[in-house]
Design a protein around this ligand. Structure first.
Ligand code: AMP
Length: 418
């Protein structure tokens, strides 16, 4: 019979890897907590229109990558392809804006996009991200970027990553820029790729971040968004750069960085890593000052980022080795099982890890297993020990063993691990 396998572009996270995931999750929880951000968890599926309205009808994600279906009641639902839209929906639905002037949120979880799978690109992948609502000022942008930088540092990735920074200006200036860009491209439009020709109509800014050399050549004389900045766009972008410099966060200005989603305005940024190959984007984000209003909420500025957890893990080569079970409880006879189970549970309640054998194997087999697991100690319990209310306590590294009273077992373990 054919065995059933994971679907293309999805992966199991097996025990050998899950320690690395937990390590990354711990860093994210810890660093976000230090900056005063609180975790938000939203459903895996949402109404399709949440994403088409926010991410944008003409983006790759909405036009061809979403897993959508019509539910039994006729409503169109979608497995979330990103999390900002869901967080904004939740922010509006629960009136979070009235609870504090600034809402600082972070999240972690799986996302779904029907992309062509390759190294660092999957159809089910995971992101962590942060969102801050309520401030339009560049110090908020600096805080968001500082969180990203701190997490990269603690993952050992900051020296392998570059922060690309740009401003795509406020909405007013972007409309003028879009017209100017179209005017510049129009005479040579037929020399651009089919994708760019489509983007010319729908989202011409995205032509700027084309990876093709011949297109970059055609764009050599393209207008610069910075020439279209309003006075405030310019002041805020300069201030952001000075705050980053003050915090010791290196960046490189990148006029070609526009980001793929429709909702961005002003600051956009991306961390790329040299450790990753073709899919080098580790983390991307930006301002979305109009998004809360677009989704029906009171106008509220916002900024955030999302980071690919698989890509972080690919880049993190020095990963924590898992901590092995400290103690193996060797049970010599079925008649002593209940004492063995009860003592084991007392040890766990005291905060130590202990493993017992559920398959009634011989002492030799259990000792072999204890060694294989790198247990530090073995506790051995047989008929004789049961009668004496003792156990044999063995230090597996040294080979020493002694008989101790069951009532003194926890004290003994505490003494050893201090
Ligand atoms: P985005 O939501 O497209 O701005 O992506 C943010 C980050 O998520 C990227 O920088 C990647 O690290 C990661 N990412 C995006 N798409 C995928 C994917 N299909 N597979 C794995 N990681 C992804």
């Amino acid at each position: 019979m054919n065995i059933i396998r994971t679907i293309k572009g999805t992966h199991d996270i097996l025990p050998a890897d899950s320690k690395n995931w937990q390590n990354l999750e711990n860093i994210v929880n810890e660093v976000c907590g230090r900056f005063g951000y609180e975790e938000i968890r939203t459903p895996i599926f949402e109404e399709t229109r949440l994403f088409s309205r926010s991410v944008g009808e003409n983006t790759d994600i909405v036009s061809k990558e979403m897993y959508s279906w019509e539910d039994r009641d006729g409503m169109s639902l979608t497995l979330r392809p990103e999390l900002t839209a869901s967080v904004v929906r939740s922010f509006i639905q629960h009136n979070l804006g009235t609870q504090a002037p600034i809402q600082r949120l972070y999240y972690m979880g799986p996302l779904f996009r029907r992309e062509r799978p390759q190294k660092g690109r999957q159809r089910q992948f995971h992101q962590f991200g942060v969102e801050a609502f309520g401030s339009k000022y560049p110090e908020q942008d600096a805080e968001i970027i500082a969180i990203a930088w701190q997490i990269l540092e603690e993952c050992g990735l900051s020296n392998k990553s570059t922060l690309h920074l740009n401003s795509i200006g406020s909405t007013e200036c972007r409309l003028d820029f879009r017209d100017a860009l179209r005017d510049c491209i129009r005479p040579n439009l037929n020399q651009f790729s089919e994708t760019s020709q489509k983007r010319f109509e729908t989202n011409p800014l995205r032509i700027l971040d084309s990876k093709a050399d011949f297109e970059q050549k055609l764009l050599e004389n393209a207008p610069k968004i910075s020439d279209f900045f309003t006075e405030n766009d310019k002041i805020d972008f300069d201030k952001l750069q000075s705050y980053l410099t003050a915090m010791g966060i290196p960046f490189s200005l990148d006029e070609k960085l526009v980001r793929g989603l429709d909702y961005y305005s002003r600051t956009v940024f991306e961390f790329r890593s040299t450790a990753l190959g073709a899919q080098d984007a580790l983390l991307g984000g930006g301002r979305y000052d109009g998004l809360v209003k677009t989704l029906g909420g009171k106008p509220t500025p916002g900024i955030g980022f999302a980071a690919g957890m698989e890509r972080f893990l690919l880049g993190m080569n020095e990963q924590k080795k898992d901590s092995k079970t400290d103690i193996y409880f060797v049970c010599l006879d079925e008649s002593v099982l209940s004492t063995c189970l009860s003592l084991s549970n007392q040890i766990r309640r005291a905060g130590y890890s202990v493993m017992t054998d559920p398959s009634r194997r011989s002492m030799k087999a259990q000792m072999r297993e204890a060694n294989k697991m790198n247990a530090k100690y073995a506790i051995i319990l047989g008929q004789k020990e049961l009668e004496d209310k003792t156990v044999v306590f063995k230090d597996l590294a040294k080979g020493d063993q002694e008989s101790i009273l069951q009532s003194g077992l926890i004290k003994k373990i505490e003494g050893l691990t201090k």
